[in-house]
Design a protein around this ligand. Sequence first.
Ligand code: GTP
Ligand code: MG
Length: 316
Amino acid sequence: MAIQWFPGHMHSTRRALAERLRSGIDVVIEVLDARLPGASANPLLAALTSGRPALKLLNKQDLADPQLTTLWLDHYNAQPATRAIALDAGEAAPAARLIAACRALAPLRGGMVKPLRVLVCGIPNVGKSTLVNTLVRRKAAKTGDEAGITRAEQAIQLASDVTLFDTPGMLWPRIEVPQSGLHLAASGAIGRNAYDENEVALALLARLQARYAGAVAARYRLPDPAALAAMPADALLELIARQRGLLQAGGRPNLQKASEVVLNDFRSGALGRITLETPDEHARWLAAGQAQEAARLATKRRGRGQGAAPPSDDRP
Ligand SMILES: Nc1nc2c(ncn2[C@@H]2O[C@H](COP(=O)(O)OP(=O)(O)OP(=O)(O)O)[C@@H](O)[C@H]2O)c(=O)[nH]1
Ligand SMILES: [Mg+2]
């Protein structure tokens, strides 16, 4: 599936981020979605911020599977110069811990002469502005349950010697890992018009069948989780449509409506605490995606070598 979403304003976000980093940032907080930490890590941000003290924040942990969150924290904390924390952006006490972690990452900053400057960045809809609001204990930044709420950088004075920069969510031009594209779409990070809800719901169901068949059975009042896990995802979606009475004229199941129900239930937490990927799974998908991308580029180069018209480059 080719989920592509890099609207024009993301180019200006990238430029603005690069400029802000040049102006002096002491710590970069990358907000990740704890339900899809691998897919929600933006490679463009990694390139832009490399070499800076980094705090990976696994946000929305209240919606994620606690066991898998532990795996991801261990995975990130084992990486050099990286600290990882899981939290729920709406909770004040854990958010305050975050500032302590930032101060620890930049021990030479702070005080009126060298105020600490923290950049909060990440993909759309992951909870950056909610986190900033919790930290300042007021609604300083606009938030909302869709991608692209913050449109311009906003500087927020957290303490006399700490400035936070809330930034618009950014994706990257080519999502090379198809499974990551599906997870991003399922999470709500990608604008609704850029993907097919039925395709994304089927991919989500396949993940749920692999690890959370019991939760699916409970939510939709279906018997026998083992049988649910074994059936094709489209048969399961049809079952959910019938169980919910989502029928079209003639009694056919309304799969579009059922897809919306499943996606909304995942996003809101109604299906329970779910994480779509482990570090190992993500590493496997990433390696496969990179191999496929390398093959695509090799074909493109061969085409050029034979004098064919160069295909249009989709990178900015
Ligand atoms: N359950 C839960 N919901 C959260 C959490 N953090 C944020 N949200 C919700 O996620 C949605 C997006 O939050 P925002 O803070 O607007 O996200 P953002 O990253 O600033 O989004 P953009 O500005 O669009 O890039 C809102 O509906 C928030 O209420 C969290 O930790 N747990
Ligand atoms: Mg925002």
